[in-house]
Write a protein that binds this ligand. Structure first.
Ligand SMILES: Nc1ncnc2c1ncn2[C@@H]1O[C@H](COP(=O)(O)OP(=O)(O)O)[C@@H](O)[C@H]1O
Ligand SMILES: [Mg+2]
Length: 320
């Protein structure tokens, strides 16, 4: 039996041959480029130094203001003013910061995602504009990655982004962005009097809107695996086919619903906390999303840029 890693490598090669953009991954030596390896799809993301997390001691000074009613074509009624300074202090990409290291890292990560989403590659990726960000376990950096990806893509010409707070049991985008209370994803799944636009929140980045998690529900996570969810996704994928939808999602090993959600996605970004998550957990998580064609791994909080060592460890003990 071949290992998951080898399977992934094989699939990558098939995808590449079919013209799908699977990214270039970290630089490798000139001589070893022929044979595809899983790391071809892995992008390392350095740990930010000097950023502060946890309690928002620096104040929740993000404002939620009701926009003066306008004949806005997208129809979103709510609006938040994202506090870029606050985001920057927490290590996020911000539109005004220029070429920072974090911006560079996300530029690399977003390239193949954008290409697969807008169908400019040779192959057309089904629902390529639905991008799920997940991980094996909690706290690996899903929210960090989804928000950064969304911010990074939103600064790109011609790409409009919808960020969905889909980790409905632990929504943490409000903590980072200050999204207002009010209807969101869960409400769209449980109420039929609600219009999609009623749940959307516009931001001071023109190309970025937000779909908050919405009202807590007894079966919040279960709803992610419901037929309503699948139907909403189909609707979003077609109605907003020109947008890239980024789903911050629950961890794959904590709930079975995340796996069901994954089956409806065009692309999956799997965040792996470097040196923390065991190979076993990563393999297990990967095996739950085998049905998704495009899985891109982001190695988060890597403490060294020489990630070769990490892959060695990562790829090694999977029995053949
Ligand atoms: N590369 C990184 N650099 C700095 N801080 C990070 C990084 N990745 C995650 N964090 C921080 O670690 C904490 C956990 O990450 P988070 O994205 O909330 O995890 P998850 O959504 O997977 O549970 C957050 O405070 C987040 O801001
Ligand atoms: Mg999160």
């Amino acid at each position: 039996m071949t290992s998951l890693i080898e399977e992934a490598a094989k699939r990558l090669e098939e995808l590449r041959a079919a013209g799908v953009d699977v990214g270039t991954g970290p630089q490798r030596g000139a001589g070893d480029a022929e044979r595809p390896t899983p790391e071809a799809a892995v992008v390392p993301l350095d740990a930010r130094k000097g950023t502060h997390h946890g309690a928002s001691a620096n104040g929740a000074n993000h404002a939620f203001v009701q926009r003066p009613s306008s004949n806005d074509s997208a129809g979103a009624q709510r609006y938040i003013e994202i506090d870029f300074e606050r985001l920057r202090s927490r290590g996020f990409v911000t539109p005004d910061a220029g070429a920072t290291q974090i911006a560079e890292e996300f530029r690399v990560i977003k390239r193949p995602i954008i290409r697969n989403a807008v169908g400019k590659g040779a192959a057309h990726v089904k629902n390529g504009n639905l991008v799920m960000v997940t991980s094996a376990l909690p706290s690996e950096g899903k929210t960090f990655t989804s928000l950064n990806l969304a911010l990074s893509i939103a600064t790109e010409i011609d790409s409009t982004v919808l960020l969905v707070d889909g980790d409905v049991a632990h929504p943490s985008i409000p903590e980072q962005l200050g999204a207002p209370h009010g209807p969101g994803l869960l409400d769209l799944l449980t109420r039929d009097d609600l219009d999609f636009a009623d749940a959307l929140v516009k931001t001071n980045i023109d190309k970025l809107s937000l779909l908050p998690a919405g009202s807590r529900h007894r079966r919040s996570t279960e709803l992610l695996a419901s037929e309503q969810m699948a139907s909403l996704l189909r609707q979003i994928a077609t109605r907003y086919s020109d947008r890239i939808i980024i789903f911050d999602s629950p961890p794959l090993l904590a709930t079975t619903e995340a796996r069901v959600l994954a089956t409806n996605m065009g692309q999956i970004v799997m965040v792996v906390a470097a040196d923390v998550t065991t190979q076993h957990a990563v393999n297990q998580a990967l095996s739950t999303i085998e049905s998704c064609e495009i899985v891109m791994m982001v190695l988060n909080k890597a403490s060294r840029t020489d990630v070769g060592t990490y892959y060695g460890y990562y790829a090694n003990d999977a029995p053949g």
